[in-house]
Design a protein around this ligand. Structure first.
Ligand SMILES: CC(C)(COP(=O)(O)OP(=O)(O)OC[C@H]1O[C@@H](n2cnc3c(N)ncnc32)[C@H](O)[C@@H]1OP(=O)(O)O)[C@@H](O)C(=O)NCCC(=O)NCCS
Length: 157
């Protein structure tokens, strides 16, 4: 599998329509951008339509201001049989300078679907670098945590 299909960036300006009641960019807008960047990355990697299964580790470190440049980097960090686990980092900053700061991150799991909507096998991602190996361990932990929470909720009902 081509390394170039492993990651992508979304880059745009935060618009006045993205603002919340406090005058900063709405968390829901950032979550939508994360899901879109994650979807595009999973679809690019698998060549398939993909559905979102779970979102983990979502964190907003800093507010994003209207008019700032926003860059989302989405990359495959772990693959299973039909699932792809995409790490998404968000940076923002004034477009007049190059001082972009980390504003948020999360990990989103997607499942690739065939034309009938059934899960289908995806190409395998094999991490090579120390950082990628650590990110794969992080993704496995996030998946296990999500599945454990789901089991706990079922048991509680
Ligand atoms: C995605 C969906 C098909 C998964 O079906 P399921 O029966 O719950 O899950 P399965 O046990 O078949 O697992 C499918 C894959 O998801 C993974 N998975 C399941 N729960 C997960 C979780 N909480 N976090 C991460 N991955 C998870 C499994 O490990 C498996 O991956 P693998 O094939 O690589 O081993 C089903 O839950 C669904 O259709 N959900 C709705 C999707 C949707 O509409 N999303 C929002 C709009 S896009």
């Amino acid at each position: 599998m081509e390394q170039s299909k492993r990651e992508l960036n979304f880059q745009f300006l935060a618009e006045p329509t993205d603002v919340n009641f406090g005058g900063k960019v709405h968390g829901g807008a950032v979550m939508k951008w994360m899901d879109q960047a994650g979807y595009a990355c999973a679809a690019q990697w698998s060549g398939r339509y993909c559905v979102t299964v779970s979102v983990g580790g979502i964190r907003f470190f800093r507010p994003i201001l209207v008019g700032q440049m926003v860059i989302l980097n989405a990359k495959v960090v772990y693959t299973g049989r039909s699932s792809m686990h995409i790490y998404i980092g968000v940076k923002s900053g004034d477009p007049k300078d190059s001082n972009m700061v980390d504003t948020g991150s999360c990990i989103i799991s997607f499942v690739a679907n065939d034309a009938s909507g059934y899960p289908v096998e995806v190409p395998c991602w094999i991490p090579q670098t120390k950082e990628d190996i650590a990110l794969e361990i992080y993704a496995k932990k996030a998946k296990e945590f999500s599945q454990q929470l789901e089991a706990d909720l079922l048991a509680a009902k």
